[in-house]
Write a protein that binds this ligand. Sequence first.
Ligand code: PLP
Length: 389
Amino acid sequence: MSTTAYLDHAASTPVRPEARDAMLPLLGELHGNPSSAHAPGRAARTALERARREVAAAVDAEPAQVFFTSGGTEADNLAVLGAVLGAGRNGTAPIAVVGASEHKAVLASAHAATRFGGGEIVLPVDAGGAVDVTALRTALARRPAVVSVMWANNETGILADLASITLACAEAGVPFHTDAVQALRYLEVPATVPPIDLLTISGHKLGAPKGIGALVVRSRALLEPLLHGGSQQHGLRPGTENVAGAVALGVAMRLATAERADEARRVGALRDALERRLLAAVPDAQVIGAGVPRVPHISAVVAPGTETSALLMHLDRLGVAASGGSACTTGSPEPSHVLQAMGLPRALALGFVRFSLGRESTEGDITRAAAAYPEAVARARRTEGALHG
Ligand code: PLP
């Protein structure tokens, strides 16, 4: 039995053996530059374009619409900032409209737009984590360059209603971006009419290594590049491609697609069992988003009278690896911006833990977490009591 129950798959997943095996030749004999015309270059190019086809097939796109990036953060930046910088071409204004509970890669990109002469509009979300539709419609009337609303929230797992947001954006002639990083492992891209314009993928959330991702771009004309200096990927994302990473991403996405329904059921059942046991052991704890559609692998739990960093430290000592939401903001003393945006009282939001499951998760991990959590809560409450008592 593993010494740690790893329940932080929303932060990063192990690289799948099939993905690792597929990328190894690219680090060895297939080392050519995919832009070189000689045989080694052509071999690398062949591998890269096969990967592009695999990624495209997994998200129901054309290969030419897949632009490899260094990960989800870069793809979000390219979508949001690239659209703002490219505004005007289709009659749009240089404004980014984003949900208040977006990943920081989107929120900060929208904010960065203000430093380039653009604007940002942050849409409030309701207690269930959904963006305010009236605020969206008001924002759309200004013909922004892009609307960005994430498919599955990385802290709560709550799913957005992509179909109606896509439709509202399309009716207003405004491109729509969704960060699909947490959803793609378990859900099929919905066949919205029209299709989603811009979609972010990150490799390390679905069995590929860190440092590879992609932005799916329905129309190249929507975006201005953020990087300059090469003609790779039609100049939209110049720079020599991470061929080995792209190959691993292609394999991981192909396998994820094949297993999707079964894994969603299996992981969802484990997650539900975990939540039942956590709530039975700590009756005043709450599961965030319990009543609304969520991805199957994320469980956001809050316990009053506790504090995230203490809970995580005690869980870690008890052999459970979880997180306090986005790994990128770990260590921040402020409660999660997502829970704050949903209007959760600060005292509750402060004691937030995210458990996230994956392909390697087992019943044993759930048993371990269900035993450790009440103990961690009790210890954290003792510390809080001593500090404030
Ligand atoms: N978007 C979401 C929803 C995420 O969960 C993450 C990772 O934490 C990212 C973007 C960033 O992806 P990457 O780590 O590949 O830059």
